[in-house]
Ligand binder design. Structure first.
Ligand code: LIP
Length: 271
């Protein structure tokens, strides 16, 4: 009988992550009406955080500590627990906080689990649409229990691309220059405001590719596994910035897409 507090089977981690995401999603939904009353800022005056973000992270963390006391936990709102099991949880209590504050329907709870750096399970709950995205290593990706797959796009010029922007002005200036290079070379560009959902929507074929400079592990841990398990490819732009720089897409356009973002960055001038 495996020990439920240390079992690192992807399916067991996924079951726990799913349970936690549903409980967290219910708390977000319950607190939605009062969300604007408790808004604070983080990395810049436009980077928002609410009491709901903090309370949801505290809820998920408390549940994880009770269920699996030996695991490490890292959360967007400051949670940082060391662990001895090799399993680490990456939590974004509300990815898309600006959307949440405005009532723009693209915000999600994101919970990923990895062991020794290898992604094992990921859950993203799209709260406004009540879509539950799940993936476990080697077991595929699903939305509401139904298997999902990335698109079969093979031509970058006809690809729909998602991206996102940071909250710091000088980073955004550069992101604007990169976007100006990309936009005339693809079908069109979308910006949802939630990296976790961008990756889920890539995993189910709603966009063909996604890139972003400046994502954090808690934004994308679950979504990256979803893309991989849905048949997509995920890479990084190496040596361009110390910030996380994600490039992910359907397999048929990945090499050309990665090359385009590399070229766009090279043309965006000195960092
Ligand atoms: C946000 C992302 C968004 C990205 C922002 C930010 P938050 O997360 O999901 O897509 O462009 O840089 O990281 O702050 O709403 O959890």
């Amino acid at each position: 009988m495996p020990d439920a507090t240390t079992d690192a089977e992807p399916a067991a981690l996924l079951a726990l992550a799913t349970e936690l995401a549903i409980e967290a999603g219910a708390l977000v939904a319950e607190r939605t009406a009062g969300r604007a009353a408790t808004v604070d800022t983080k990395s810049s005056a436009t980077d928002l955080v609410t009491a709901v973000d903090r309370d949801v992270e505290a809820l998920i963390t408390a549940r994880l500590r009770a269920a699996r006391p030996q695991d490490a936990i890292v959360g967007e709102e400051g949670t940082a627990h060391e662990g001895a099991s090799g399993v680490r949880w990456l939590i974004d209590p509300i990815d898309g906080t600006t959307n949440f504050v405005y009532g723009y329907p693209a915000y999600a709870v994101s919970i990923g689990a990895e062991r020794d750096g290898e992604a094992l399970a990921g859950v993203v709950l799209d709260i406004a649409h009540t879509d539950l995205y799940t993936a476990a290593r080697g077991l595929g990706a699903a939305c509401n229990g139904l298997s999902i797959a990335v698109s079969d796009r093979e031509d970058l010029a006809s690809a729909l691309i998602g991206t996102g922007f940071g909250y710091v002005a000088e980073v955004r200036r550069r992101q604007g220059a990169v976007l100006a290079h990309v936009l005339p070379r693809v079908r069109d560009v979308r910006r949802s405001g939630s990296a976790a959902l961008d990756l889920c929507w890539l995993a189910r074929g709603r966009v063909d590719g996604y890139y972003e400079d400046g994502v954090q592990a808690w934004d994308t841990a679950a979504g990256e596994l979803l893309v991989r398990e849905a048949g997509g490819r995920v890479g990084r732009l190496a040596g361009v910035t110390e910030r996380g720089y994600l490039v992910a897409s359907a397999p048929g356009i990945f090499d050309a897409f990665h090359a385009l973002i590399t070229e766009a960055e090279a043309g965006a001038g000195e960092r």
